[in-house]
Design a binder for this molecule. Structure first.
Ligand code: ATP
Ligand code: MG
Ligand code: ZN
Length: 280
């Protein structure tokens, strides 16, 4: 602990004119014992393991990073700790997904770029888990994170081509390229087209090349596109459900396999089962 002399300018209104005077005050400032104020501390338990951001910095940065992550209000309540796995009818994959999410946070290395692809039906808790991971990473590592709704992002990019809109495509995409951890929610939810495929590949390839971590959720099964499922008769191909391969293209699907560990989530729609009365 040390004391610091600070000068506070006090404007005093006196008589006819404004006068100012100075007073000297003593203030006490805590210096963090872990980092001696540098903001960095040695990696615990690893001799010569380099330095990591100190807890004092993480607390100070945490609030700003959460705001910068732009987590939508409807997911603000989502934490890994309030994700339940033992409700009646819960599929076993839900508990396994929670374990994978916790392990992902523990093993997170901002330099290796390994991500997570959460695949599952409606309301199985994919976005909840992904937001929980973002929050834990912010608290534990101080990484810059960004929540990004796939549909919304593509809409914003398309909008940027409109002359009356000020933001350029690069201005929309820069935070998406640069966030240390990107949560891309609902991948594949836009009807595929050449432009959609090009845009998805620009985003995923840029992040892949820069070794940046991407966490993805999708409703589409991680299966090949109809064009490569040669065993299907035309009638069965038409009747089958669309896959991730159909929606983002086979090349990007195979890129995702390199970028992400795949976690499947099955079971009932949690919203219908527990939240229908509360509009949650
Ligand atoms: N296991 C769980 N424990 C607690 N809350 C849950 C769980 N699963 C889902 N929820 C809650 O149910 C709601 C729906 O979950 P979420 O949005 O994560 O589902 P999703 O799989 O992303 O669905 P969609 O495919 O429609 O995007 C959220 O409010 C979420 O917090
Ligand atoms: Mg979701
Ligand atoms: Zn400190």
């Amino acid at each position: 602990m040390y004391t610091e002399r600070k000068r506070f300018r006090v404007a005093a209104q006196a008589g006819s004119g404004a006068e100012s005077s100075y007073i000297i005050m003593k203030t006490a400032t805590e210096v963090c014992p872990q980092c001696a104020g540098s903001g960095w501390k040695p990696v615990p338990g690893v001799p010569d393991g380099g330095v990591t951001r100190c807890d004092c910095q993480l607390q100070a940065r945490g609030g700003a990073l959460i705001a910068a992550a732009r987590i939508p209000k409807r997911y603000e309540h989502c934490e890994l700790s309030n994700f339940t796995t033992d409700f009646p009818g819960a599929d076993r994959s839900i508990a396994l997904a929670q374990i994978s999410a916790s392990r992902f946070v523990q093993e997170f290395n901002p330099r290796d770029g390994a991500g997570l692809l959460l695949v599952g039906g409606i309301g199985t808790g994919k976005t909840h888990l992904a937001v929980g991971i973002l929050k834990e990473l912010i608290a534990a590592t101080g990484s810059s994170c960004l929540f990004c709704d796939y549909r919304e992002l593509l809409k914003q990019i398309q909008n940027s081509y409109n002359d009356s809109v000020q933001a350029t495509e690069l201005q929309v995409l820069r935070p998406v390229f640069e966030a240390e951890v990107l949560l891309l929610d609902e991948l594949g939810a836009v009807k595929p087209s050449e432009w959609v495929w090009d845009t998805v590949s620009l985003i995923l390839n840029t992040r892949y090349n820069d070794n940046r971590t991407t966490i993805i959720t999708t409703n589409f099964a991680d299966e090949p596109a109809a064009s490569v499922s040669r065993s299907l008769s035309p009638a069965r191909a038409a009747a089958r459900e669309e896959t991730l391969g159909d929606r983002i293209g086979e090349r990007m699907r195979s890129r995702l396999q390199e970028m992400c560990r795949i976690v499947k989530m099955d079971g009932p729609d949690f919203r219908q089962k527990f939240k229908s009365a509360s509009f949650g």
